[in-house]
Write a protein of this length. Structure first.
Ligand code: ZN
Length: 167
């Protein structure tokens, strides 16, 4: 369901840049570089979150927090018409949570496949969870991404969070 690959609107770009700033804040706080926003049908940012796994709970992904917040705070119609922006494509857990609560489109800056390729380049073992795209886990969810313009900055952020000086 990916469309308009590599073409961002001005609003997309602004929201994705904010996600990347949240990812940067996460790294500065000792967490992994992921940040996400929920934007409602009127274009208002309703929630911002960043990764919070630094405390030891590896499920504290921003997209998962957004799904749970949406379930508790938005009507089904509001959820369906919302767009979730995120610095990195949802993992399988977050894709499932997004679909279970009935949220709308996902716009992601970098894909899970890109992150897996960077990790492999850096000689790291694959993570504990398979790299399955949103399209596989939540086939009814419209997606846009990845966008090449954000890849260098995200690659650098992931390298920094892994303690790699210059990747
Ligand atoms: Zn996740």
């Amino acid at each position: 369901m990916t469309d308009a690959r590599d073409t961002t609107t001005a609003a997309d770009r602004s929201h994705l840049q904010r996600c990347i700033q949240l990812a940067r804040d996460a790294v500065d706080a000792g967490d992994e570089p992921f940040g996400s926003l929920l934007v409602d049908a009127t274009g208002v940012v309703r929630l911002e979150e960043r990764n919070r796994v630094g405390g030891g709970d590896e499920t504290r992904h921003p997209e998962f927090e957004i799904a749970r917040w949406a379930a508790n705070n938005l009507t089904p119609d509001e959820r369906r018409s919302s767009v979730v922006y995120t610095s990195g494509e949802h993992c399988p857990m977050c894709s499932a949570a997004h679909a279970w609560v009935g949220l709308g489109t996902i716009v992601f800056a970098a894909s899970g496949a890109q992150l897996a390729a960077w990790r492999s380049e850096w000689g790291l073992a694959p993570g504990a969870v398979a790299v399955l795209g949103i399209d596989t886990i939540a086939p009814g969810t419209p997606t846009r991404g990845p966008f090449a313009e954000f890849a260098p900055e995200l690659r650098e952020l992931h390298a920094r969070s892994l303690g790699l000086a210059q990747a």
